[in-house]
Design a protein around this ligand. Structure first.
Ligand SMILES: Cc1ncc(COP(=O)(O)O)c(C=O)c1O
Length: 349
């Protein structure tokens, strides 16, 4: 197909003051939509943001064929807008779609749609240091039919919403050893909707116990650390960054990948391998200084103040000189055009 995107632009509406609005509630003025029918993508369009209608028979409402991505656009110091690593997000989107039997979106269409949407709604990118425009590409099965089958029709859409600091405070987490998020051979490495729906209940139980999130462990023995909520996990012990390797049951986070690259380029030791939670527990028990943090697009870096393991709570290091804050700052500087973008991560509009 050609990537002609028809644009029906809203006329000048004032951008709202969005800081006080909770994450994900206020959409920008426009959205992107394309339809998949008869084996190809068609009718790619940008329209004013509006509700969509669908039949109650639409397959996504019943069997969970839904996949999404989450990335961010930023304002650079010189006023230009930039999207952070859309190529890497595209690759993960494509991998998720394949696992869910959903059709690939051509790379050119994906990038052009993001480009045009961000350009059109660039006034919605908050200029503040902790501000960004969160971009949510997603695909849903739209064929109208109740049978349990792979859909023949889909909608691919992109919506956007201003975003600020996700967690106001360092978080409290708990190592989860009863419930699981994903098992080998399942869909843990994809961003399909069902992974999130299935994680709600154990997370809700943890919240009732006073924790912000759970640390998922492997489905077989609850021994190895996987990830947390919408974040990969990283630890700093003896000056080295330790993070679980991607086991096929965790998401290949773009933030994780970027922080590992930054660390390596700064000469910081990185140790990517299967990681037992007891190893972290032993380090904390021996009195070592342990930094722990979540890494993900929404939160960027979420410092962890304490981890509950085997019924005991352990405090992690949060001092101003923590390595996690240096990594976060470097990522911030690259995105804002304040530090060289050595890896070509910024897709400048
Ligand atoms: C389950 C899960 N793990 C990790 C991440 C972090 O990935 P990224 O850094 O690409 O946002 C996310 C967020 O997308 C997620 O949903």
């Amino acid at each position: 197909m050609d990537y002609t995107i028809s644009v029906n632009a809203q006329t000048e509406r004032e951008v709202k003051d969005t800081r006080a609005i909770p994450f994900g509630v206020q959409p920008t003025e426009h959205m992107f939509v394309a339809s998949y029918k008869n084996g190809h993508w068609q009718n790619a369009r940008i329209t004013p943001f509006a509700d969509i209608t669908m039949s109650p028979l639409a397959l996504c409402l019943h069997y969970g064929q839904t996949v999404f991505e989450g990335m961010k656009a930023f304002l650079m110091q010189d006023g230009r807008a930039t999207i952070f690593r859309p190529d890497k997000h595209y690759e993960r989107f494509t991998k998720s779609l394949k696992r869910m039997c959903m059709p690939e979106v051509p790379r050119g269409l994906f990038l052009e749609a993001l480009h045009q949407l961000v350009q059109l709604d660039s006034a919605w990118i908050p200029a503040e240091d902790d501000g960004s425009l969160y971009l949510r590409p997603f695909m849903i099965a739209s064929e109208e039919r109740l049978g349990v089958k792979v859909s023949d029709e889909y909608l691919f859409m992109i919506v956007a919403t201003p975003a600020y600091q996700y967690y106001a405070e360092p978080i409290k987490v708990k190592v989860e050893t009863q419930y699981i998020r994903a098992a080998e051979g399942g869909t843990g490495a994809t961003k399909c909707g069902g992974n999130y729906g299935g994680a709600f209940y154990p997370t809700q139980l943890a919240r009732e116990q006073g924790y912000d999130q759970v640390i998922w462990t492997d489905a077989k023995n609850h021994e190895y650390i996987e990830e947390s909520g919408t974040m990969n996990l990283m630890f700093v012990i003896d000056g080295a960054i330790i993070t679980p390797s991607l086991s096929g049951t965790t998401l290949d986070g773009v933030t994780r990948d970027s922080l590992l690259a930054i660390a390596e380029q700064k000469g910081i030791q990185t140790d990517v391998r299967p990681l037992r939670y007891r190893e972290i527990q032993e380090a904390l028990e021996s009195g070592k200084r342990v930094e722990a943090f979540g890494a993900g697009t929404a939160a960027v870096i979420a410092p962890i103040k304490s981890i509950a393991m085997d019924g005991r709570e352990y405090d992690c290091y949060l001092g101003e000189d923590a390595l996690m804050y240096q990594l976060k700052n470097e990522l911030f500087r690259i995105r804002r055009g304040l530090a060289p973008d050595r890896n070509n991560w910024n897709y400048i509009i």
